[in-house]
Design a protein. Structure first.
Ligand code: PLZ
Length: 449
């Protein structure tokens, strides 16, 4: 691996946020719509690997990767080179007007990597939400059916259709309706909160029985699911749940659309989380890590389905932007060459080995779960299942003050999640986890103020 220009070490030279960040925060509040918020007002000047350098010269450990985006690391050399070279050649033509090879090459790569051996086709877009919208467009067009089934705790985006698909009201949907129709929500398999001993098959039956009763299988275009839910709380369904849902879909002519926008591209220790239980979705949405930090998203699906949509039915001005495509090819190469799926598994093992033992000392840690480099802690009030969002918030804030960026998530806001760049160095990860463990000790031992 090339040596990075920025030292992969945490180093604080001011309190956080520092004076320059505070100045920028003042400018921001006069200029930026407050509806767009930031979890921690520390402004970034540059970044490399798993280190963010702020405008005051502090080096922070990034255990969030911009929400699972910079899996190949910040400023990954191959991505930087590819983007710079492409921008100098041409930045944009619009693929729908004058096409170019990079778009085709990204679709070829996606078709080869996506689960299943059947012929596939892909289309490229700008954001995860846009990819999800297009998966639904394709599913409805192909099946001639309208209903879309989604799950409790699901997150699929912030556009009008994807707000309807997303489960949580605050902050995503509050007063932003009316929402798109023909969206139906059913229970997810949530082993920590489901009745004791409920199997994946039983949880699937609970969901499919509700679909049949409330929607009617014949009306369903697709079942849309995150194989491991991201924003909803890193919820890993019980074994057997996804295969049973897939089988139900298959038997009823319902398309299975897997949203792997957060889980995809090595994050969970495989190229895609569906692979863990051998699920082959009919449609797959991807974004985030695919392009190493450049905005790019895709729908990849069975050729016999995707080919049904009429010419000109899908597209957009920027979808498959050349620089974003160049970045994607470089990021995918990096994942392959550096075996980042294996790196993700190693990260998961390290995180669980470090944080797992804390559960014995802190009964507030109700659950530690996830797969690969996608691990979370769910916090509850001791001896209960009652979510403790306040504790999660205080732990996250303590980490931030110490120069470690961790994120919370969860329908109840009580989950702390780790999504480090997959190239994070061992010592840096160990330091980040020590800070998190220290913050957990500090917050969970102290009485709530
Ligand atoms: N599907 C599974 O995780 C994006 C959203 C953060 P966009 N998740 C982070 C926020 O608060 O906006 C996401 C996802 C899954 C779809 C999306 C949407 O992807 O690129 O943010 O549109």
């Amino acid at each position: 691996m090339e040596t990075s220009p920025i030292k992969q070490q945490r180093n604080l030279v001011t309190e956080l946020p520092g004076p320059n960040s505070k100045d920028l925060e003042r400018r921001r509040s006069a200029a930026v719509a407050p509806g767009v918020s930031s979890v921690f007002p520390v402004y970034v000047r540059e970044a490399s690997g798993a280190i963010l350098v702020d405008v005051d010269g502090n080096s922070l450990i990034d255990l969030g990767a911009g929400i699972a985006v910079t899996s190949v690391g910040h400023a990954a050399p191959a991505v930087v080179d590819a983007v710079q070279a492409q921008i100098a050649r041409f930045a944009h033509t619009c693929f729908m007007i004058s096409p170019y090879e990079l778009y085709v090459a990204v679709c070829e790569a996606l078709n080869a990597l996506a689960p299943g051996d059947q012929p596939k086709r892909s289309a490229l877009f700008n954001s995860g939400a846009e990819a999800v919208e297009n998966a639904v467009k394709i599913a409805r067009h192909v099946t001639g059916r309208q209903a879309v089934v989604v799950f409790d705790h699901a997150y699929h985006g912030r556009t009008n259709l994807t707000m309807a698909l997303t489960a949580k009201n605050m902050p995503y949907r509050e007063k932003f309706g009316p929402f798109a129709p023909e969206v139906y929500r059913v229970p997810m398999s949530y082993p920590f909160r489901d009745p004791d001993g409920m199997t994946g098959e039983q949880a699937a039956a609970r969901a499919t029985e509700q679909i049949e009763r409330q929607v009617g299988a014949d009306n369903v275009a697709c079942v849309l699911i995150e194989p491991i839910q991201g924003e909803g709380g890193f919820i890993v369904p019980a074994p057997g749940f996804l295969p049973a849902i897939a089988a139900w879909c298959h038997d009823r002519g319902v398309l299975l659309a897997a949203d792997e926008i957060q889980t995809g591209f090595c994050r969970t220790g495989d190229w895609f989380a569906c692979e863990f239980e051998g699920i082959v979705p009919d449609l797959l949405t991807t974004a985030k890590a695919m392009a190493g930090g450049m905005p790019l998203a895709a729908v990849t699906g069975r050729a016999d389905l995707v080919d049904v949509v009429h010419s000109g039915g899908l597209g957009g001005t920027y979808g498959g932007n050349p620089a974003a495509c160049a970045a994607a090819l470089a990021a995918i190469d990096t994942m392959r060459n550096e075996d980042l799926a294996v790196a993700a598994r190693d990260i998961g093992d390290t995180v669980v080995a470090r944080l797992g033992p804390l559960q014995a000392s802190y009964p507030c840690i109700g659950d530690i779960r996830g797969r690969g480099a996608m691990i979370a802690l769910e916090l509850v009030r001791p001896g209960t299942m009652e979510p403790d969002a306040e504790a999660a918030k205080r732990i996250v804030q303590a980490c931030h003050r110490a120069g470690v960026v961790v994120l919370s998530c969860g329908s109840y806001g009580n989950v702390i999640r780790l999504l480090p760049p997959l190239v994070i160095e061992e010592e840096l990860l160990a330091d980040g986890l020590d800070v998190l463990a220290g913050a957990i000790g500090e917050v969970l031992s102290a009485p709530a103020s």
